[in-house]
Design a protein around this ligand. Structure first.
Ligand code: URA
Length: 191
């Protein structure tokens, strides 16, 4: 089996583990389905959002609504598309009424997210929004550290603003676009 297929097979097992282990069972009861993540299992870059919204819940795919279209545009601006990267969320069921995920819910999914990253072994982990950033680097503030890569425990993280938040704030949107444009240069510097 080709290496990428092996990785995808391992990712499929993690998705099934989430279901079999009844992770965040209350969220699961109100959600339509698991939104595990998708893209290239051999990707250099993994993007991590917060939790699925309504569109994602219905389709079973991450970032396919307005925020996802904006993410697609930014990917295109650096000559990438969704097939080249991997996209997922911390929390993998839609919280009711799009409320913020609780600390308990984020912690429940964290071991599975860590496993996803351990399988994919990306060179760069891009966190989208403060929930995603603070899962890995709890002491950092997104307003202070956005656009600055951080090396921590054998991984390199790039904190970015969340595309959904940036859509409704003109200056945050421009900052996100500017930070996103740094990705190719950051990648070349990572061993
Ligand atoms: N916002 C997120 O954080 N994740 C999605 O998948 C969609 C919107």
């Amino acid at each position: 089996m080709a290496p990428s297929n092996t990785k995808q097979a391992k990712l499929n097992i993690i998705a099934q583990d989430i279901i079999d282990n009844n992770v965040a069972v209350e969220l699961r009861q109100t959600a339509t389905q698991l939104v595990f993540g998708e893209g290239n299992a051999d990707a250099d870059i993994v993007f991590i959002g917060e939790a699925p919204g309504k569109n994602e819940d219905l389709a079973g795919r991450p970032f396919i609504g307005a925020a996802g279209r904006f993410l697609d545009e930014m990917l295109a601006s650096i000559n990438l598309n969704r097939d080249a990267v991997y996209i997922t969320n911390i929390v993998k069921y839609r919280p009711p009424n799009n409320r913020d995920p609780s600390d308990e819910e984020k912690q429940a999914f964290l071991p599975y997210l860590e496993s996803q990253l351990d399988i994919i072994q990306p060179r760069l982990v891009v966190t989208l929004g403060r929930h995603s950033l603070n899962c890995f680097l709890p002491e950092l503030q997104i307003s202070q550290c956005h656009g600055q890569p951080k090396r921590y425990k054998n991984r390199v993280y790039l904190p970015l603003f969340h595309p959904a938040a940036a859509l409704y704030n003109r200056s945050m949107k421009q900052t996100l676009i500017d930070d996103f444009a740094l990705i190719p240069q950051i990648l070349t510097k990572i061993k």
